[in-house]
Write a protein of this length. Sequence first.
Length: 494
Amino acid sequence: MSDLASHLPVLQVLIPLLAAPLCFLLRKEAIVLPFTIAVSFACFAISMNLLSQVLGGDILVYEFGGWSRPYGIEYRVDILNAFVLVVVSGIAAVVFAVGPGQARRVIPEGREYLFYSAALLCLTGLLGVTITGDVFNIFVFLEISSLSSYILIALGLNRRALMAAFSYLIMGTIGATFLLIGIGFMYQATGTLNMVDMAHRIQVLGPTKGVLVALAFVMVGISIKLAVFPLHHWLPNAYSYAPPLVSAFLASTATKVAYYLLIRFTFGLFGAALVFETVGIDRLLLPLSIIAMFVGSIAAIYQTEFKRLLAYSSIAQIGYMTLGLSFATQAGVSAGLIHVFNHALMKGALFLVAACVTWRMGGTNLDVMKGLGQRMPFTMAAMVVAGLALVGVPGTVGFVSKWALVSAALEVDALWIAFLIMASSILALVYVWKVVEIAYFQTPEVELERREPPLRLLIPTWILAGAAIYFGIFSSYAVDVAELAAQQVFMVGL
């Protein structure tokens, strides 16, 4: 058993990687669905085990072939990436349990196995990006997750899904190219691809031209993947026209992994002194984050389609994450990581609500949601709970996130930023109330009987919505882990 435990880091990636082609070969949904659920829960169990091992401050290193750094490839697990592994695998376990069979109106019948194969491949890429200790492997795994994401988005029945996937492909390719060029400059400057070794050599080199050019390319590449304002244009269409299950998975995981990369490269590889003191990226990231908070929320208010509203809301929520990072403090990084966890719960629940509405109404245009509060009471109740969390009502995870961000702002004597965080929450209340008013206070154009979606779709929705309340009341575990991760980042770097 101890031998198996020592191989958990590689099994975290290997299990979904081998499962993806098996799903493609098996094809029958009756076999593939339970197999996919088992794989996703196995990944979640492994990530929880890895997190429990590193919470004491230890760092797990898995060397391939017995080759030590810098000659061999290694997987490296600390509190920061173990925390992100739990978020990604946990969301996958919940969303994959639904299965596209419960949403045949959004995925062509007979192509369900493509969803399972691409979803597991995407999970492989996201987990690989998070756990690897090699910068070139980051690029490889990022492309694996991106390519499978394009397939998942293109599975949507709406003809615009194909164009959304193509747009995402173009922007994703540009982002990957910037990242790869940046990695190339880093390798040219340091002569290594191992992240720990590279960090040490960059620290010795200092702000040379090669290092500064590498920093610029890497930051732009990651910002495109993260959808940092104004590099966010791929996100609204991708989330709007993808099948709701795909939107729920990607919105809760893909941008979170990109945010992890932003932290890892900023504090782990280049170092806070170079990034914030020498280059002063915070002077650019801070205003862009604040603009994203307001532009995303204002755009969400004017949307007439529920999924598109949620997509623009995600741009604002990403602004909260990058705002925490722009403070360049331990409290700011901790607040950003807390929001990574909390936003995954809130937005995952809301996109699953969209899946429930699509199953019943065939779409998520706000006009078809009139009166659904009486006809789908449990589904709409989940929407209200997750929506209140998005606003930041006390007792929800959203309040925990915004309290942490306000505290981080006050720590750096930025009272005006704390005020803007609270002001942006009012905008979130506007677009959440807009949906609540339509669902509960408007009369439907066509009379419908009371009918909820299948339990296999409703239960995962309420798991995430319930978690948004549970971790809002009992917030100490997620907050403590995020604070430990931020503390380790500032003390150790890598």
